[in-house]
Design a protein around this ligand. Structure first.
Ligand SMILES: Cc1ncc(COP(=O)(O)O)c(C=O)c1O
Length: 382
């Protein structure tokens, strides 16, 4: 019996507490968390500086409308912009989720260019509100909602046809640098650079959706930074608030004429408590943090590379601590994830029978390699 709409297939237990990369369920069972709450808890559970910042802000003011100055939004925007490490000036709009960040991006791109056509990519995922849903090319997610995709052209991810399809009739293209829900599939570097170069030449805006890949997940603040591209718009969410709801649309300052007073807005976006969390989260992502995380990623991928030889593994893909293990048909990813609960390991799945691992970025090498050893033996047992 539930009082909730059945939009989610839920596991039969609740997670009630946690510390770092360990979670505890309502029966007291402990798990190694390789999900981060779907790429949100990049700093794990109870990260001291984030907890302290949020606790302090809770004792001050929880909410002010966006009709007043927001020193905290200014601070977080400055951190994000500095973190881009790009020569152009950028500005930030704060919302409450990934899909809202993409809504803002699509609205800004359309209003700025005066065009409505958007290019998206096969297996992409950009959210479930109407604008984002139109560019999420998954029939089972769009079905029955009267989604109007007449302005959307879907090109094949990592395929030359995208370059042929792109022309100056498009307002923007929207792309994930590493597709998350689509199966943890990194974009080909040469292909993406060529696509972005062509878009720039044509005046088509490039929106990079870093909702899942951002905030350190792939080993840099944003994944596009490993691709040598300079997007016009970057969207972020998930890890930015370390568990408090936030979305950010970061766009070139030159686009600002399309977002004058009243053009866009939200009641809760950039709420002080969330901003306190985002501020502390971004401050934690120091060069030392990244070198430790990259070492963990390197150790994990050195191990995972050997899995490609396993009969039940088709391939292993990923970047940083965004890991996809594509499994043979006889090992259904969902059933494997359920089985791993018995071994105290929480995992995710993604398209293409892929086991998806998004551990907190603070996970120790030893904890991750131990969990991988267990996963390997469970996969081998099929
Ligand atoms: C790449 C990407 N974009 C957008 C979204 C939507 O974010 P939210 O669920 O916060 O609306 C997701 C969520 O999984 C995502 O992975």
């Amino acid at each position: 019996m539930t009082n909730l709409f059945t939009t989610y297939k839920r596991w039969p237990f609740a997670l009630v507490d946690g510390q770092n990369w360990t979670l505890i369920d309502d029966s007291g069972k402990h798990y190694t968390d390789l999900t981060s709450g779907i790429g949100v808890m990049n700093l794990g559970y109870h990260y001291p500086s984030v907890q302290a910042a949020v606790t302090k802000q809770i004792g001050q003011i929880w909410h002010t409308s966006n009709l007043y100055q927001s020193p905290l939004q200014e601070k977080v925007a400055a951190q994000l912009i500095a973190g881009l490490n790009l020569p152009d000036d950028y500005l930030v709009f704060f919302g409450n989720s990934g899909t809202e960040a993409n809504e803002a991006a699509l609205k800004l791109a359309r209003r700025y260019t005066g065009k409505t056509k958007i290019m998206n990519f096969t297996h992409g995922f950009h959210g479930r509100t109407y604008g984002s849903l139109t560019v999420t090319p998954k029939p089972d997610i769009q079905k029955g909602f009267g989604v109007d995709t007449s302005d959307v052209v879907t090109a094949t991810f990592n395929d030359e046809d995208a370059l042929d399809l792109l022309d100056d009739s498009f307002a923007a293209l929207i792309i994930e640098v590493v597709q998350g829900e689509g199966g943890v599939v990194p974009a080909d570097k040469i292909w993406l650079a060529a696509l972005v170069a062509k878009a720039e030449e044509l005046g088509v805006l490039v929106i990079v959706d870093e909702v899942q890949t951002g905030i350190g997940r792939t080993g840099t603040l944003f994944a596009f930074q490993q691709y040598g591209i300079a997007p016009d718009i970057i969207t972020s969410a998930k890890g930015l608030g370390s568990g408090l709801p936030v979305g950010a649309m970061i766009g070139k300052a030159s686009l600002t004429s399309a977002f004058p007073y009243g053009a866009h807005g939200t009641t809760f976006g950039g709420n002080p408590v969330v901003m306190a969390s985002a501020n502390a989260t971004l401050a934690a992502l120091t060069p030392e943090f990244f070198s430790q995380m990259q070492a963990t990623s390197k150790a994990a991928f050195a191990e995972l590379e050997t899995w490609k030889e396993l009969p039940n593994v088709i391939t292993v893909r990923g970047l940083g601590l965004m890991i996809g293990i594509q499994l043979a048909e006889n090992v259904p990813a969902g059933a494997l994830a359920a089985k791993l609960h018995e071994y105290g390991i929480l995992t995710l799945t993604a398209e293409g029978n892929t086991l998806r691992l998004l551990p907190p970025l603070i996970i120790s090498q030893q904890a991750l390699l131990t969990a991988l050893a267990t996963i390997k033996s469970v996969i081998a047992g099929y």
